[in-house]
Design a protein around this ligand. Structure first.
Ligand code: FEO
Length: 398
């Protein structure tokens, strides 16, 4: 049956292709679609599955599976991660064979109870635990937060295959199954890291350390082509991308401003003076002209985030909200914050943004400042002092 490929002796790929998908999870653009990779491993004693597929492909998946093995002969399914794009067919699979054991992390076992009402026999696996299928071994590697808390990798040492869940994947549905059979998808590989994995750089470093010494001839991620040309290169690239932010030895504040009439920016200049007077390195970005990637990089590198925001129609302007939504896509070096801004007749934005920073786990290092229209000399002095207060808090912080 088409859609099934033997990728090693007794090891099959039977996942789903979704070439027409244009936005994954209603969040991430996927210009070349994606795939939901799933596998079957047949040992002399047991038959194991590694992940299933997105729910909409359940029927196709079960047909493919049934053509390889009667469903009642399946012994276990490894759930590397519970997100429904990989566990969506689990319910129907277990309805067909309730005796299948679901092997997963402790977090995944909890998540599965909340995702699916079907009764299931679960086996929580530990770091390094192995299951002997008869001539083939499944060895589990815990990889929490790549990119959910429940993630595990599964290694098959006899075939030198690593099934690393979402890690090292790409949203790319090419003409072939393997990386050497499809067009260049390096941009999708990089974008996938940036969109999905980047917030968890420290966890990526831990996971990479666990697998970089393994013998790997084939890397079988949950999305995109299977990597056989140079699987170690993908792991090495994750190591590079997840490297800690360079420590310049100097505390760094990111000063973000949006200033329709220049008043908030005048305040920013004084805040900057206050910060720099205490030796803080200041990177100032005008939200209206900075690109999103640049803002993300600077948020990640900063020890403090100082936001100058005007009030427009009783709110902060949408680009300010959009910029702050980038915080959760990275791990900033530090989380001290402060807010200031000019307003015309109401002035809600400063307090709204202060609450937003608190919600993002920032500690406010100074009381917020907001002034009507043009700041006076006295106001400017207060802005300078706000900068000095943030600087003092930064210098005290470890
Ligand atoms: Fe592809 Fe996190 O699921």
């Amino acid at each position: 049956m088409s859609g099934i490929a033997e990728i090693g002796p007794g090891i099959y790929s039977l996942g789903a292709r979704h070439p027409e998908l244009r936005i994954f999870d209603e969040l991430f653009p996927t210009h070349n679609g994606t795939t939901y990779n799933a596998y079957l491993v047949r040992g002399s004693e047991k038959v194991a599955l590694i992940d299933t597929v997105k729910g909409m492909f359940t029927e196709q998946y079960l047909e493919r599976l049934s053509s390889l093995v009667p469903l009642e002969q399946i012994d276990l399914v490894v759930v590397n991660h519970t997100e429904p794009d990989h566990s969506g067919a689990l319910g129907k699979l277990l309805e067909a064979n309730p005796e299948i054991t679901v092997c997963c992390s402790r977090s995944a076992a909890n998540f599965l109870q909340q995702l699916y009402s079907v009764p299931m026999k679960t086996r929580v696996v530990a770091e390094g635990e192995e299951i002997d299928l008869g001539g083939k071994t499944l060895r589990f590697i815990l990889a929490p937060y790549l990119h959910w808390p429940d993630t595990i990798f599964t290694y098959l040492p006899e075939a030198k295959i690593l099934f690393p869940c979402d890690a090292f994947g790409a949203h790319f549905c090419g003409d072939g199954l393997f990386d050497d059979e499809v067009a260049d998808f390096s941009a999708e590989f990089e974008h996938y890291f940036d969109a999905i994995m980047r917030p968890f750089k420290d966890k990526i470093r831990e996971a990479v350390a666990k697998v970089e010494g393994l013998e790997i001839e084939l890397l079988c991620p949950s999305h995109g082509p299977l990597l056989r040309r140079d699987p170690k290169a993908a792991i090495a690239r994750y190591k590079e991308l997840a490297a800690p932010v360079e420590d310049t030895g100097c505390k760094r504040a990111l000063l973000l401003t949006l200033s329709p009439h220049g008043n908030t920016r005048k305040m920013a200049a004084a805040v900057r003076e206050g910060l720099e007077a205490r030796g803080i390195e200041v990177v100032e970005k005008a939200i209206a002209v900075a690109c999103q990637d640049e803002l993300r990089d600077e948020i990640e590198r900063s020890d403090a985030l100082v936001v100058g925001v005007p009030t427009i129609n009783r709110d902060a302007p949408p680009p300010v909200w959009a910029t702050l939504s980038l915080v959760s896509t990275v791990t900033p070096r530090g989380r001290l914050g402060a807010v200031f801004g000019s307003y015309g007749w109401s002035g809600e934005a400063v307090n709204l943004i202060e609450e937003r920073l608190k919600g993002l786990k920032y500690t406010l290092a100074a009381a917020p400042l907001h002034y009507r229209f043009a700041p006076t000399d006295e106001d400017i002095q207060a802005c300078r002092e706000l900068g000095e207060q943030v600087a003092a808090a930064l210098l005290e912080a470890k």
